[in-house]
Design a protein around this ligand. Structure first.
Ligand code: ADP
Ligand code: ZN
Length: 216
């Protein structure tokens, strides 16, 4: 178990979700992904999910007040344990709101990680991405064995393509990232004097190892 508090940022398809899951299970951190929380609430037919869905499918950000409503309860229920935040904050306003919540709790952020990757690599990757409907594990058709492309190796759930993983939507998400999420890095650089950049184009295991080396 670790009590580190980590934020992982990066463009859509950079692999930040995959890496966040691995680091969380490897280091005993709670993995908090706003994308997973949103998709779960869409799948459960919750009101919040219904509101969020239209934005997600178009590759747009879900409005800040919906996201804050979703994440505040999650953060409030954590006490003393370490966590890795994946997909949040994604706007300057969300970053400021997070700072306020953490100040109230007396919690500091230990590391800001940026997974950096080229847009063309992202498009190729995202088109092959499949996620488990039941446990949210992430796979890619490029590395799934023939005949096993539809079943989760972890829980036996069905692997599906995300509704926002279509080429034009991915390109839009990249634009949204540049315009609305990159400023969050600037915010943290000013506040904490920097971040750790990880090259996201390499081998998944090596990237995980590099991250763990850099944050230990
Ligand atoms: P990716 O990083 O590959 O885009 P995510 O699972 O993190 O995937 O997010 C999927 C979608 O969920 C986003 O395109 C956006 O519509 C919505 N979303 C997730 N987190 C946030 C957030 N913090 N603020 C606004 N929208 C969000
Ligand atoms: Zn599964």
């Amino acid at each position: 178990m670790s009590d580190l508090h980590i934020i992982i940022l990066g463009p859509p398809g950079s692999g930040k979700g995959t890496q966040a899951q691995r680091i969380a299970s490897g280091m005993g951190l709670k993995h908090l992904s706003t994308g997973d929380l949103l998709r779960d609430s869409v799948a459960d037919g919750k009101e919040l999910g219904t509101k969020a869905r239209a934005f997600m499918e178009r590759g747009l950000l879900v409005p800040d007040e919906i996201i804050l409503g979703l994440i505040k309860g999650e953060l409030a229920s954590l006490n003393g344990e370490g966590w890795i935040l994946d997909g949040f904050p994604r706007t300057q306003l969300q970053a400021e709101a997070l700072s306020e919540i953490l100040e109230e709790k007396g919690v500091d952020i230990d590391h800001i990680l940026l997974i950096d990757v080229d847009p063309d690599v992202v498009v190729r990757r995202v088109l092959g991405r499949r996620v488990c409907q039941d446990c949210n594990a992430v796979y890619n058709t490029a590395t799934l064995e023939e005949g096993k492309k539809e079943i989760c190796g972890k829980c036996g759930g069905r692997l599906v393509k995300r509704a926002d993983d279509e080429e034009d939507t991915i390109r839009r998400r990249f634009e949204v990232y540049k315009e609305q999420t990159s400023p969050v890095l600037g915010y943290y650089d000013k506040r904490y004097g920097g971040h750790i950049t990880i090259e996201g184009a390499g081998d998944i295991d090596e990237i995980t190892a590099e991250i763990i080396r850099k944050i230990k």
